[in-house]
Design a protein around this ligand. Structure first.
Ligand SMILES: Nc1ncnc2c1ncn2[C@@H]1O[C@H](COP(=O)(O)OP(=O)(O)OP(=O)(O)O)[C@@H](O)[C@H]1O
Ligand SMILES: [Mg+2]
Length: 419
C-alpha cells in the first residue's frame, strides 16, 4: 500500500539521519496509526534523548503507554495536523477517502503549507496570520563570527539590494549552516527569520513530501514559485541532509530522489531567474549532502556553527533556567565550566537539575529551588553529545577537504586541540 511505502521510506531516511526530529515524530505518528505502539514508544525514547522535554513527543509517548497498558489510546490532541505531518492528517481522519484523493491529486492542497509556507494556494490573509518569530540576532548569545558572516552574505544584501548590485553581489543562491548537533543552527535561523519578518519561509521536509506520484516535485516547484513572486525572501530548509542525501544512496526512496532532482532544477539559476531568492539550509553533515546541491548557484557557501562560546553558553543557561525556581546559581561560573557542551547538552543539564530539585521537593513536601548542587550533580552525569560528530568531522577535514570547503572547520578543530 502506498502509505506503507511512506513509512518504509521514512524509516530508511531516519536510519541515515537519526537526529532529524521532525522525521522521527512523523514515523511515531505513522506507527501509532498502525497500532505498533511498542515500536512507536522506542522511537519516542530516542526522540526524547535528542530533545528532552519535547511536548509533542511526550504527548505521543503518553498515547503509546496508555494503549500498551490496555487503555484506548488518547486521540490526537488536535484535529489540525502538526506542521508537515501528513501522518497526523490521516490519523485524524480514519475514514479518509484515499481513492477520491488520488483522483484529485493535481488539486491537493497540503494543509501543512498554511503553517509555514504560503504557497500559491494560500491567500494573503492566511499569509498574514503566519506566526512570525520575535527572536532577533541580538538574542543569540555570542557566536559573533557566525552573526557577522550572516550579516555580510545574507542580511546585508537583502536589506540593500541596490548597494549589493553596485558591488557586484546579490541576494541569490544558497547558504548552508553546518556544525555539530544541538549548537544553534535552527535557533540562529529563527533569529534570521525574526530579522526578516514576512520574507522568511521555513520549509519542513515533511511539508514537501507527499505520497502521491509527482506531488512532492510539484510542492517544491510551488514553494519556489511563491518565493520568486515574493522576492526578496529567504527559504529556510532545515535538516537538509535528510533531503539532499547523495542520490546514489537513495535507491530505496524514489520520492526523495525526485525531490532532490526538483530542488536542483529550482535552485539552478540557468533555468530559473532566482534574483532575490535566497535559500538558507542547515545540516549536521554537509558531506552527506548531494554534491550537486553544493555547486555554484546552489548551496555554494557554508557557515560553520561550532560549539557555543562563553557568551552563548551564558545565554543558553539563562534561557533554560528562566522560568524555573532557582537560588544561588552563578551563571557566569557555570558557563565557564561547561566548555565543550552543546546547547542541547546544556538544556539537558538544566532539565536534569530541575528534576533533582523537584524529586527532593516531592519527598519533603516543600518547594526547594534548583541550586548549584543540583546543577553540579547533573553535570557529573552528562558527557558531551557531540563526540561522534567531531570524530567524523576530523576524518572529513583530513581526507575529504581537497577543495578547501572545510577550511573553517579545519581551523576550528585546530583551535579546539590547542585549548
Ligand atoms: N547562541 C545561542 N544563544 C541562545 N540559545 C542557544 C544558542 N545556541 C543554541 N541555543 C539553544 O540550544 C538549543 C539547541 O539549538 P538548536 O536546536 O538550534 O541546535 P541545532 O544546531 O539546530 O541542532 P540540530 O543539529 O540537532 O538540529 C536550543 O534550545 C537553543 O535554544
Ligand atoms: Mg536544528
Amino acid at each position: 500500500m502506498a502509505d506503507d511505502q511512506v513509512l518504509t521510506d521514512m524509516l530508511t531516511m531516519l536510519d541515515r539521519s537519526p537526529g532529524v526530529l521532525a522525521l522521527r515524530v512523523c514515523v511515531i505518528e505513522l506507527l501509532i496509526e498502525r497500532q505498533r505502539f511498542a515500536d512507536a514508544l522506542a522511537h519516542c525514547g530516542t526522540a526524547l534523548g535528542h530533545d528532552p522535554g519535547n511536548a509533542q513527543v511526550l504527548g505521543l509517548m503518553m498515547r503509546c503507554t496508555t494503549a500498551l497498558s490496555g487503555g484506548s489510546p488518547a486521540p490526537a490532541p488536535d484535529a489540525t495536523p502538526a506542521p508537515g505531518s501528513t501522518a497526523a492528517a490521516s490519523a485524524a481522519q480514519p475514514d479518509f477517502d484515499w481513492a477520491a484523493a488520488e483522483d484529485e491529486v493535481g488539486d491537493i492542497i497540503e494543509p501543512a503549507f498554511v503553517h509555514g509556507v504560503p504557497s500559491e494556494f494560500v491567500t494573503d490573509e492566511d499569509a498574514a496570520t503566519v506566526e512570525r518569530p520575535s527572536l532577533r540576532l541580538a538574542d543569540v548569545g555570542g557566536m559573533s563570527e557566525v552573526k557577522q558572516q550572516l550579516d555580510l552574505t545574507l542580511l546585508g544584501p537583502l536589506r540593500n539590494p541596490e548597494l549589493a548590485k553596485a558591488f557586484g553581489t546579490s541576494a541569490r543562491g544558497g547558504l548552508l549552516l553546518y556544525g555539530p548537533p544541538g549548537c544553534g543552527k535552527t535557533f540562529i535561523a529563527s533569529a534570521v527569520a525574526g530579522e526578516l519578518g514576512a520574507n522568511f519561509y521555513p520549509i519542513e521536509i515533511t511539508d514537501i513530501l507527499d505520497i502521491y506520484t509527482g506531488a512532492s516535485e510539484r510542492n517544491v516547484h510551488s514553494i519556489f514559485e511563491m518565493a520568486r513572486r515574493n522576492a526578496p525572501c529567504v527559504l529556510f530548509l532545515d535538516e537538509v541532509d535528510a533531503l539532499g542525501h547523495k542520490r546514489s544512496q537513495m535507491q530505496a526512496s524514489t520520492t526523495m530522489r525526485t525531490v532532490v532532482n526538483q530542488l536542483l532544477t529550482e535552485m539552478d539559476s540557468a533555468t530559473h531567474s532566482n534574483e532575490g531568492v535566497f535559500v538558507l539550509g542547515a545540516t549536521n553533515h554537509p558531506w552527506d549532502v548531494d554534491v550537486a546541491l553544493r555547486r555554484p548557484g546552489r548551496f555554494d557557501r557554508m557557515i560553520f556553527v561550532g560549539l557555543p562560546d562563553l557568551a552563548a553558553r551564558t545565554s543558553i543557561l539563562h534561557y533554560h533556567l528562566r522560568d524555573r525556581p532557582v537560588a544561588g546559581i552563578d551563571l557566569n561560573a557555570l558557563a565557564a565550566h561547561t566548555d565543550g557542551l552543546s546547547g542541547a547538552d546544556l538544556a539537558h543539564v538544566c532539565t536534569s537539575a530541575t528534576q533533582l530539585a523537584m524529586a527532593d521537593s516531592m519527598r519533603s513536601g516543600e518547594v526547594r529551588p534548583v541550586g548549584m548542587a543540583d546543577i553540579q550533580a547533573a553535570l557529573a552525569q552528562i558527557r558531551p553529545s557531540t563526540g561522534a560528530w567531531f570524530e567524523s568531522a576530523r576524518n572529513v577535514v583530513e581526507f575529504a577537504n581537497g577543495d578547501g570547503s572545510y577550511d573553517d572547520l579545519a581551523l576550528y578543530l585546530k583551535r579546539l586541540k590547542r585549548r
